[in-house]
Ligand binder design. Sequence first.
Ligand code: PAF
Length: 282
Amino acid sequence: MSAPIVRNLADLRAAILPWRDAGARIGVVPTMGALHDGHLSLARAAKRVCDRVIVTIFVNPRQFSTPEDVARYPRTEQADAARLARHGVDAIYVPDVDQIYPDGFATTVTVSGLTEVMDGIHRPGHFAGVTTVVAKLLAQTSATDAFFGEKDFQQLQVVRRMVRDLDMPVTIHGCPTIREIDGLAMSSRNLLLSDRARTIAPALVEQMEQMAAAIVSGRPAEEAQRAAIAALKQAGFTDVDYIEMRANDDLSLLTTPSRPARLFAAAWLAGVRLIDNIAVER
Ligand code: PAF
């Protein structure tokens, strides 16, 4: 059965009130729509541990660098609702922009440190947009639990830090990245890839795996990094914003996997920016 689509805060609150009164555990899956199997795995994880599940769909203008990027972000609301119908979610919250940013909205939530590397450098203002909207969505939905994909590992760690620092009464769940059969990490942005670019895209994770294996076998990280960048350019990527190993917990740069580490990458293919990360197995 289709979940009701709720577009304003008053209706959302009315739907949630009896759940709260009954002491329900409310799981929220924040998304920007164009739902794929990665998002559905988050909804399933939420269903497993929560009494009620809300999926939010909001293309948040404050986390994009340009209005053009916001405009071209894929929007597939009907298909999204149809996909969620099979997952038994209780509500789909698709707020109009003024329900999130009413006239005079003047608050920004920022996390320092974790946002000053990788996407924090390459997408100035991005994480402030993310944390502000996530804080707002968690408050509006009365979430007790929220589910995020490890595909956006930096985002996951930033949200965890925000929730911890602000004593928000929400448990954050990180869920594994879901991949296409050829290894490409599922992402709504994959819809923007041309057929040709789509065949090249799995080179990103292939190079990351090779780089991680090289580092684990003792090759100097910088040398492995240079080889990965050269191979990506050779495959057809135009730019590599970063491909580097960092610590899981504080995202500090590592040259050896001396503590639990991940390899992170962001690279441009035919005008589309792809990001990915994998664990470095020691
Ligand atoms: O990961 C996303 O889709 C977005 O950054 C999020 C968490 C929904 C906030 O807009």
